[in-house]
Write a protein of this length. Structure first.
Length: 130
């Protein structure tokens, strides 16, 4: 079922949204100073590409402590939230509200809420599949 929902997601806008997230990650990577946020952007891009059956969890619970899961990751998330996180959260939440109006759109709205939550503080997160 996840496969079918992911195909529908890609067809109805998920692919273009994921490609925009990937482009943003490349642009952040090219600025050098944006490299820590580029990794977070790529994680959101992957989750946007195939959201059904995936979830974002702390990298610390998967691979142990690293630079992005400690105090620097917390600082990175604060900077992310101030510069991009809050308006990305509002965008994804707005899309979820629009989709939740119809019964058919409710599963997609749930995925947008999931994307909204990870876009608040993505530094130190990784994507896992069920």
């Amino acid at each position: 079922m996840n496969f079918i929902l992911n195909l529908l997601w890609l067809f109805f806008g998920g692919l273009s949204t994921a490609l925009l997230w990937m482009l943003a990650g490349v642009l952040m990577f090219l600025t050098i100073i944006g490299i820590p946020w580029a990794r977070a952007t790529f994680n959101i891009g992957v989750m946007t590409l195939w959201p059904f059956g995936s979830r974002g969890i702390s990298r610390e619970s998967v691979s142990g402590s690293d630079l992005g899961t400690g105090p620097l990751g917390f600082l990175g998330n604060i900077i992310w939230f101030v510069l991009a996180g809050w308006w990305l959260f509002l965008y994804h939440l707005g899309c979820a509200l629009v989709l939740a109006v119809t019964i058919i759109g409710i599963p997609f709205a749930v995925q947008y809420v999931k994307l909204a939550m990870i876009s608040l503080a993505p530094v130190g997160k990784t994507i896992v599949w069920k």
